[in-house]
Design a protein around this ligand. Structure first.
Ligand SMILES: NC(=O)c1ccc[n+]([C@@H]2O[C@H](COP(=O)([O-])OP(=O)(O)OC[C@H]3O[C@@H](n4cnc5c(N)ncnc54)[C@H](O)[C@@H]3O)[C@@H](O)[C@H]2O)c1
Length: 275
């Protein structure tokens, strides 16, 4: 991660949903946003405050307030935005870095999903973006000209055999970013998704065969996989005014993976030296 501040978020206020521990993408986004001069609240489900190390992150980010919120509950979201408004007044940015699939966690194959869990996957990992944006608007918590970023994965466009119902959730998430992005445009508010490389985090490592998926992407991507720190540096540019005309996009942040077919590195690993 860049050590140097560019002051990109000087004077900006926001909320970051999803830091759990120091592997989390949201953890690094928080550190980068703080480095760039932002003030923000950190949010997660109550249980994550016990399991994770979010309080430590709060300290590293200028005693950032911690806000408990289950992103599948409109009530929790309303309370969270009221708390944030009390603390900061209106805010300029929201980061949605939330994902969860019980079907993946409990190894249910895609052709035999548990539908209650499937519903939960879509609710927590995708509809929560709608709830959060709608909640921020209802609470009148968002400034005109603000920016919202949600984390996605290329499993939204392509089939990755072990990504299961999360592929469906990411497709919905990216669609919500387009549909809501259109409506937010009138107020100059941007909404984008960042499609990140496989990253070694708690959610990432829960996917069966994650190490192979990570290694495959690493071998194909000309720049190599993007780390959580790299992702954080990219996300702060999207939260800044420098990207004020970018909206309703799914932006690949993946070292070039999404444009590749094969690479020499992958072919050599599979078939030995070039013929
Ligand atoms: N790790 C990867 O390989 C990878 C790749 C591309 C995109 N992403 C996406 O990045 C985002 C962050 O994931 P991560 O990899 O940093 O893992 P992570 O496990 O550190 O973060 C996921 C977060 O979601 C939170 N969460 C789960 N249920 C919630 C709920 N009901 N309400 C509020 N928060 C809830 C968890 O507590 C956790 O903090 C996710 O959207 C994930 O799909 C991850």
């Amino acid at each position: 991660m860049s050590q140097k501040s560019h002051g990109l978020l000087q004077g900006k206020k926001g909320i970051i949903f999803g830091p759990l521990d120091d592997k989390s993408i949201a953890w690094h986004i928080a550190l980068a946003a703080f480095r760039e001069g932002a003030q923000f609240a950190l949010s997660n489900v109550k249980v994550a405050f016990r399991l994770g190390t979010i309080a430590q992150l709060g300290k590293l980010c200028g005693d950032a307030p911690l806000v408990a919120c289950d992103a599948s509950s409109s009530e929790d979201i309303a309370t969270a935005f009221n708390e944030v408004k009390e603390k900061f007044g209106k805010i300029d940015f929201i980061v949605h870095s939330i994902g969860m699939s019980k079907n993946i966690r409990k190894d249910r194959p895609y052709d035999d999903l548990n539908y209650d869990w499937y519903h939960e996957t879509l609710d927590v990992s995708a509809m929560s973006l709608h709830r959060i944006v709608a909640g921020a608007l209802k609470a009148e918590a968002l400034n005109d000209g603000g920016s919202i970023v949600a984390l996605s994965y290329i499993g939204a466009q392509r089939t990755f055999s072990s990504y299961s119902d999360m592929g469906d959730a990411k497709a919905l998430l990216e669609s919500i970013a387009r549909s809501f992005g259109y409506r937010l445009g009138q107020r100059g508010i941007r909404l984008n998704t960042v499609s990140q490389s496989p990253t070694k985090t708690t959610a990432g490592s829960g996917i069966e065969g994650f190490d192979a998926l990570y290694d495959f992407a690493e071998k194909i991507s000309p720049l190599g996989n993007a780390t959580a720190e790299d992702c954080a540096d990219y996300v702060v540019t999207l939260l800044s005014d420098l990207t004020r005309k970018v909206t309703m996009q799914n932006l690949f942040h993946d070292g070039g993976f999404s444009t590749m077919g094969t690479s020499d590195r992958l072919l050599e690993a599979l078939y030995g030296q070039k013929q």
